[in-house]
Design a protein around this ligand. Sequence first.
Ligand SMILES: NC(=O)c1ccc[n+]([C@@H]2O[C@H](COP(=O)([O-])OP(=O)(O)OC[C@H]3O[C@@H](n4cnc5c(N)ncnc54)[C@H](OP(=O)(O)O)[C@@H]3O)[C@@H](O)[C@H]2O)c1
Length: 273
Amino acid sequence: MRTTQLAGTEVPVIGQGTWQMGEDRSRQADEVAALRLGIELGMTLIDTAEMYAEGGAEEVVGEAIAGQREKIFLVSKVYPHNASRKGIPQACERSLRRLNTDYIDLYLLHWRGQYPLEETVEAFERLREAGKIGRWGVSNFDVDDLQELNTPACATNQVLYNLEERGIEFDLVPWCQQHRMPVMAYCPIGQGGQMLANATLKQVAARHGVTPAQVSLAWLLRQKGVIAIPKAVLPAHVRLNAQAAGLQLEAGDLEALDQAFHAPKRKQRLAMV
Ligand SMILES: NC(=O)c1ccc[n+]([C@@H]2O[C@H](COP(=O)([O-])OP(=O)(O)OC[C@H]3O[C@@H](n4cnc5c(N)ncnc54)[C@H](OP(=O)(O)O)[C@@H]3O)[C@@H](O)[C@H]2O)c1
């Protein structure tokens, strides 16, 4: 598995998402098995949030990483309505309990809410000093939010980024590269939807003997400082995603994909799901 630097640690360029896990007890064993398979295949970065299944996804992750915590780079997120001086440490404790661990490697503000950024940052810093989190970062922040935040202490910005959603290439990706802030791409395979049926994407995939989802991951990873966090429960999907880290697209592939999925020509509002 190819790696990159995040929060002072070498992490795999492809991690594992967990949105929609933990919602149904009858699927829990499959979800735990999928995450364990992904870990075995090198996708040791796991992304979760207190929001996902209202803690259910963190419980799935806790079970999956039991006995192998030291191998894992664990990312979780706090709800904006909990991102206050008092709320953050309490939310973090609840997450730690569900994750069955005593530290989170990277703790993110899920999106901007009602609390002043300085208050949230101060609370994150306290958690860091207490050893409850390794580093902190943000999610769904546009360039103006990052400028307002204005600190190299922020380890990443996790944003919607895939072939169909390229708006951030106009300003946010260059800003992050300039500030050496890794971008974590969420929904990297367009939630397994229509994007994967695009004819050009299918042609590029066929040329390499791979799947459209693998091309969409390799396309994101053509750039330094980008980490993709696909979510997969089907074991075949987990395997394909791990293999995508080794796929190298050629100039002709990138040109064809640019024709099919246009790069932004002007500033676009940050897209979110
Ligand atoms: N910060 C935020 O606001 C935010 C927002 C959204 C998501 N996220 C994070 O980003 C992660 C990824 O986003 P996402 O889960 O929305 O979407 P995604 O990873 O783009 O797509 C997941 C869907 O694609 C399917 N899939 C996985 N691998 C595949 C493959 N190789 N070929 C075909 N289909 C495949 C999955 O099916 P199976 O599960 O059946 O295998 C699932 O239905 C989330 O899980 C979450 O951790 C963060």
